[in-house]
Design a protein around this ligand. Structure first.
Ligand SMILES: *[C@@H]1O[C@H](CO)[C@@H](O)[C@H](O)[C@H]1NC(C)=O
Ligand SMILES: *[C@@H]1O[C@H](CO)[C@@H](O)[C@H](O)[C@H]1NC(C)=O
Ligand SMILES: *[C@@H]1O[C@H](CO)[C@@H](O)[C@H](O)[C@H]1NC(C)=O
Length: 355
């Protein structure tokens, strides 16, 4: 009996081992048939729904490959989170600069200066919206002695008159230093914060009175080349968008510009970079006796470009409310006395979308 016990025990032990091994085997088998199914969703989640690609690859190293696939897929893919900047509400995406304005079709089937000029001159001579109140003196006993019609629209339906009353108005005035400043003074006296950009003044910044600043800066349609800027101590030429950023200004209620033929490229820059959306009203003197700085092409192309540029403003909901033909200037159009045109017009737009 003493010998039979261990034998029985050994048998039991073997049985135990056997069943344990069997269980293990069963479990392994079960897992094998399970695993692919449970791993697949996990792998797919990691693969960012790149399912069709991961289906076929069941071997172990594939897991690593799937991730690579995901990254590549993400860059190429459409809705993958990494491809596009997070979709901010409108603004950020609209800021992507364009390189060219959209040219309007020619005014006639075959390009002709005659048709381009007639279309353009009619366009700049026709108000698109009526404005009743354009006279600052109606705001508060202020005598208007401005020789030139820098017209702004003070109708109640546009914000400018309200912003003037609440002293929240801001005027930027671009010039070259030889104009009279009556308009700026009137605006400052009416409570508008006035920034006059004038490259001819002596100091970098001068404050004259409570609301009037002069800055020794001229506005350009591009920022200076950094290589050149580094050598010059004061490079005082900047884009308007750059100045807005540097001054921390979000809005300009009125932008006045009298920049002797640089207005076309400046306007183009404001349109292409969407800076116009930050501006309530534009009062520009435009010059047509020559194409203007860095405007090229034959005469009909130039006039088409001018026209297209102004149409871009219209597309951005700017409306011409005042136009003035300066009869005191030479009556020239692209170096010729033609089309009964003046070399100089003053145009005023209101941004009807602006609050
Ligand atoms: C502005 O209005 C005043 C009176 O309110 C008038 O005397 C003056 O002529 C007007 N100026 C212009 C440019 O219309
Ligand atoms: C001016 O140039 C454009 C293209 O640059 C051309 O299509 C057009 O025929 C030219 N117009 C004239 C009048 O020469
Ligand atoms: C030329 O322009 C002036 C001023 O705008 C205008 O009074 C005149 O009628 C125009 N002449 C012609 C022939 O269109």
């Amino acid at each position: 009996m003493a010998q039979e016990r261990p034998r029985w025990r050994r048998l039991a032990f073997r049985l135990c081992l056997l069943s344990a091994a069997l269980l293990l085997c069963l479990q392994l088998l079960a897992r094998r048939s399970w695993c692919p199914e449970e791993k697949r969703p996990v792998a797919e989640a990691a693969a960012g729904r790149a399912a069709p690609l991961s289906r076929g690859t069941e071997r172990q190293p594939a897991a690593g490959r799937r991730r690579v696939t995901y990254v590549r897929n993400g860059r190429r893919g459409s809705a993958a989170p990494r491809c596009c900047p997070p979709q901010l509400p409108g603004d950020r995406r609209k800021k992507t600069a364009r390189w060219h304005i959209d040219l309007q079709p020619w005014a006639s089937p075959t390009p002709s200066l005659n048709y381009e000029a007639l279309r353009f001159l009619k366009y700049i001579s026709t108000s698109q919206i009526s404005c009743e109140h354009m006279n600052l003196s109606s705001l508060g006993g202020y005598s208007e002695t401005t020789k030139r019609p820098w017209s702004i629209c003070l109708d109640e339906r546009f914000s400018l008159v309200h912003r003037l009353r609440s002293k929240q108005c801001r005027l930027y005035s671009l010039g070259l230093g030889n104009e009279d400043h009556q308009f700026e003074l009137s605006m400052a006296n009416s409570g508008c914060e006035v920034h006059r950009f004038d490259p001819s003044i002596k100091a970098a910044h001068i404050q004259e009175g409570q609301h009037l600043w002069y800055h020794r800066l001229s506005i350009d349609w591009r920022d200076p080349n950094p290589a050149i800027a580094a050598h010059k101590l004061h490079s005082n030429t900047k884009k308007l968008g750059t100045i807005l950023n540097e001054f921390g200004h979000q809005k300009i209620d009125v932008l006045k510009a009298d920049v002797e033929s640089a207005e076309w490229k400046i306007l183009e820059n404001l349109v292409l970079e969407d800076v116009v959306e930050q501006i309530g009203q534009l009062v520009f003197e435009v010059h047509v006796h020559w194409p203007g700085f860095e405007v090229s092409g034959n005469d009909s192309s130039v006039v088409r470009y001018w026209y297209s540029l102004l149409r871009e403003l219209e597309l951005k909901d700017f409306r011409l409310f005042h136009t003035y033909k300066d009869l005191s200037k030479p009556q020239m159009f692209l170096k010729k006395e033609a089309f009964n045109a003046s070399s100089c017009y003053t145009l005023s737009w209101v941004n009807t979308r602006w609050k």
